[in-house]
Design a protein around this ligand. Structure first.
Ligand SMILES: *Cc1c(COP(=O)(O)O)cnc(C)c1O
Length: 421
C-alpha cells in the first residue's frame, strides 16, 4: 500500500495489502504452502539469484508472513521487517548478525529474564561478552564503549523495573562511534513510541505480547528503522551488502540470508494470520491498557496495604517526565507493587478472582505473577537484584477489562490477605 500519509490506526488495519491483492480478501489469506512453483527453470533461477522477486520456500519467506512484515514496517515507519518465530529468536537474529567471538554487547541492567538467559547461556559460550550498565548514566555508557562494542541493547520500558532509558541521548552518543542502538520495544509498541524516530537503529518486539494482544500466539519481529548508516559500520558483509543493494535493506538482507534462513526461526503463516488480526486493534487496546494501568496504579497508591507502587505514569516516578516526552503522555500497561512479604504476595495472588496468575503479559486479560519465584528463578541473586525484583513484588499486566472490575478485584484480594495494617 502506498501511504506513509495514513495515520497509525489506518495502517494497523490496511498496510501490507495492495488493493485487489489476494482476490480482494479483507483478511490476509493463510498461504499454507511450503514452496512455490514456477513454469520456467530460468524464472526460478532468477529468483534464487535475486534478479527477480518471488517466493521460494516458506522458511525463507511466505506471502502471509510478508504481508504481516509490511504492516509492521509501516507501523514502525521503518525500512523493513523480519518476522520470527518468537521474540527470543528476533533478538538472537540481531546478535548473530552483528556479533562474533571477541565482541562485546553493552546492555541495560533490567532486561527481560529470557534475554539475559539467551545472552549468558548462548552468546557468552561463543565468546561474546555482555556488560550490564546503568543506562541512566550516559557518561558510564560512553566510557564503557570500546573497539569491541558491537551494539547497545536496551528495553524502551524495562521489565519489571519499568525504567525508561533516554533513547535520544543514547543514540546521539552511539552515532559518534557508529554503534547501533537496539531497542526491545515490546512494552511500548510503535503506538507509544517509534524508537527509530528517537534514534534506535533496530527495533525488536515480542509480538506475543501487545502487538497481537490476545495471548493466542508466540512470535517476534525485527525491524530496521532505516536511521542507522550501515555503510561504515565495521561489519564487512553488511558493508558489502550496502554497496550491492544500498543502505536501506543491507542489514536485513544479511540478517535474513545469513542468520534467519539458516537458523530456521521462521514464523508460521498460520501464526502470521493471527498476528495480523491482533495488530488491527493495537491503537484501541493500547489506549485502554494505559488508562486502566494508570487507574489501577492510582488506586494502589491510595491503598494502605500496597507498597512501592511502580508505574511511570505516576507523577512521583523518577521516569515520569522522560516517559511523558518519549511515549506521548502514555505509560504502558505494566506496573509492579510490593506487599509486606513473599507469603502475603502469594496469598494475594491466590485470592484474585478476575486477574490470572501466569507467565505472560500484554494480553487483553489482566495478569499477575510473582517474578522472583518464577521468571527470575534461574537468574543469580545479583541479576535478580539488578532487575529490581524483590521477593515481595508482584508484577501486573493490566488488561482491557472494565477498570472498576480490575480495581475491585485487587481491593478484595488485598483485604483478604490478612487485614489492613
Ligand atoms: C516476552 C518478551 C521477550 C521474549 O519474547 P517471546 O515472544 O516470549 O520469545 C523479549 N523481550 C521482552 C521485553 C519480553 O517481554
Amino acid at each position: 500500500m502506498k501511504g506513509s500519509e495514513w495515520g497509525f490506526e489506518t495502517l494497523s488495519v490496511h498496510a501490507g495489502v495492495a488493493s485487489g491483492e489476494h482476490l480482494g480478501a479483507t483478511a490476509v489469506p493463510i498461504y499454507g504452502s511450503v514452496s512455490f512453483a514456477y513454469d520456467s527453470a530460468e524464472e526460478l533461477a532468477d529468483i534464487f539469484g535475486r534478479k527477480k522477486s518471488g517466493f521460494i520456500y516458506s522458511r525463507v519467506a511466505n506471502p502471509t508472513v510478508n504481508a504481516y512484515e509490511q504492516r509492521i514496517t509501516a507501523l514502525e515507519g521503518g525500512a523493513g521487517t523480519i518476522a520470527t518465530s518468537s521474540g527470543m529468536s528476533a533478538i538472537a537474529t540481531v546478535i548473530f548478525a552483528l556479533c562474533s567471538s571477541g565482541d562485546e554487547i553493552l546492555c541495560g541492567e533490567s532486561l527481560f529474564g529470557g534475554t539475559i538467559q539467551l545472552f549468558e547461556r548462548i552468546f557468552v559460550k561463543y565468546g561474546v561478552s555482555i556488560r550490564y550498565l546503568d543506562t541512566d548514566d550516559l557518561e558510564a555508557v560512553r566510557s564503557a564503549i570500546s573497539s569491541r562494542t558491537r551494539l547497545v541493547f536496551i528495553e524502551t520500558l524495562g521489565n519489571p523495573k519499568l525504567d525508561v532509558p533516554d533513547l535520544k541521548g543514547l543514540a546521539a552518543l552511539l552515532a559518534v562511534r557508529k554503534i547501533p542502538l537496539v531497542a526491545d520495544c515490546t512494552f511500548t509498541t510503535p503506538y507509544l513510541c517509534r524508537a527509530g524516530e528517537l534514534g534506535a537503529a533496530l527495533v525488536v518486539h515480542s509480538a506475543t505480547k501487545y502487538l497481537t494482544g490476545n495471548g493466542s500466539v508466540v512470535g517476534g519481529v525485527l525491524v530496521d528503522t532505516g536511521t542507522f548508516d550501515w555503510s561504515d559500520c565495521g561489519h564487512e558483509e553488511i558493508e558489502t551488502a550496502v554497496r550491492q543493494i544500498g543502505p536501506e535493506l543491507a542489514f536485513l538482507s544479511i540478517a535474513r540470508r545469513h542468520v534467519f534462513q539458516n537458523t530456521g526461526c521462521c514464523l508460521s503463516p498460520f501464526n502470521a494470520y493471527l498476528h495480523l488480526l491482533g495488530v488491527e486493534t493495537l491503537a484501541l487496546r493500547m489506549e485502554k491498557h494505559c488508562s486502566n494501568a494508570l487507574a489501577l496504579a492510582q488506586s494502589l497508591c491510595d491503598h494502605p496495604m500496597a507498597k512501592q507502587v511502580n508505574y511511570p505514569g505516576l507523577d512521583r516516578s523518577r521516569y515520569h517526565n522522560l516517559a511523558k516526552a518519549q511515549f506521548g503522555d502514555r505509560y504502558g500497561g505494566l506496573l509492579t507493587f510490593e506487599l509486606a512479604s513473599r507469603d502475603q504476595a502469594y496469598r494475594f495472588i491466590d485470592a484474585l478472582k478476575l486477574a490470572k496468575n501466569l507467565a505472560n503479559l500484554g494480553d487483553a486479560k489482566t495478569l499477575v505473577i510473582h517474578p522472583a519465584s518464577t521468571l527470575y528463578r534461574d537468574c543469580t541473586p545479583e541479576q535478580t537484584a539488578h532487575a529490581g525484583v524483590t521477593d515481595r513484588m508482584i508484577r501486573v499486566s493490566v488488561g482491557i477489562e472494565n477498570s472498576n472490575d480490575i480495581i475491585n478485584d485487587f481491593d478484595q484480594a488485598l483485604r483478604s490477605t490478612g487485614g489492613i495494617r
